[in-house]
Design a protein around this ligand. Sequence first.
Ligand SMILES: [Zn+2]
Ligand SMILES: [Zn+2]
Ligand SMILES: [Zn+2]
Ligand SMILES: [Zn+2]
Length: 438
Amino acid sequence: MDVDQTLVEEWPYAYVLHADESDDHCSYCLVKKEESLLQSCSKCQFARYCNKECQRKAWPDHKKECSYLHKHKPFVPSDTTRLMARVLFKLMKGEKGDKEKIWSKRNFDDLMTHTKDIKERNYSAYGLFENTLTELRKYVGLPLEDAAFAFEVFGAISTNRNSIRSIQSSAHASGLYLGFSALDHSCDPDVWSAFDGPNLLLRTTKPNLTLNTNLKISYIEPFDFTSERRTKLQENYYFTCNCDKCTDLNWDRLLLSVKCSKCQDVAFISKDMENEAICQNNECKSNFNAYDAVRLMQEIGRRNISTDFSLENTKWAVSMLDSIETLLSDANLFAYHLRNVARAFLGWRQNEHKKSIKLALQARDIALKYFPGYKNQPLDFMIFAYEMALRQDDKDLKKSIASQTIALLEKTYGTEHCEVRFLEDKMKKLLSLNLLVL
Ligand SMILES: [Zn+2]
Ligand SMILES: [Zn+2]
Ligand SMILES: [Zn+2]
Ligand SMILES: [Zn+2]
């Protein structure tokens, strides 16, 4: 079996659309629509739906919540409280999930809760629990003696909840998937979770895989050095990652690699002398002075370029693009973050659409080559390029970008995906109109 196949689909045990998205998304199928095209629930006025069909399907999960939302109007509890309430309502009815119907044969009782870890070392998660408990008491009148039970449920949710994203927007809903929660983490994942509305599609990133609970998925993004990835995993998931990536010393050396001054291939900074680099191409193998490259990485690090998007930093990032190209390898993580900052600034702020498209396509190729397990990222770059292409006049470029976007959409999410079909229709229409109407 090839890569980019769907191994299994899974509907969440419970999920909520985030409250700040509820004006222009259907609460059931999570599709984005203009507010005027959605129908509000007549009782709570909070949930909105595409049509009667979506409302009808949502009702079993919305019914109880609806009366509480109605009662406390206009107060809407936090997303975590609403998700937790939905889970509690289900558990109170004895609905723990049907092991026979779930591909990994799990139900709610099989979820890891990490309550001890949360209480003893994750203060922000414990604080969130206390706030959630307060809200739950106010919102659904949870009895005081149920605090311990609520903590177990909170632990299960906070350890296992998934951000649900659409192709075009980042996390806009949260869900709990019982089958999927069986999968452990690796920084070199076999599968990833694509979403089609609330439906989770478990899709392969490597060939010849079959559905089983030993498949590995990544809980975090890969664009960090090993120590940073391990810290994130330890803080949020309470384990030390010993995956192939985390134990391969050359992986970090690649993420810090520079460009060979002779053959332009990847060169590693020497272990003993930090200003010297050694080309990794066996036909070249040259040693050279990497002082400028090391200094540049230090400066990018000092500026916290991946998190500090101040005007000073973004302008500086644009001014450094040529130096990055000359000095650092494509796999270099500092270069990766700097290019992203520069790309967004050039595209959205400076109207330098062609330059930003070029950077987006380069970033797409780098992501595909070095981080093949992270399928959203290259597609995000491609969709950015498409957005930029719409804003400039070169018809051939538009055409080329649109068809590359369609190809990558289909490869990443499959051709059956609702949003893929919607986006493709939109793009093909633009192509057939010769892109005159934008
Ligand atoms: Zn809908
Ligand atoms: Zn309602
Ligand atoms: Zn790892
Ligand atoms: Zn070389």
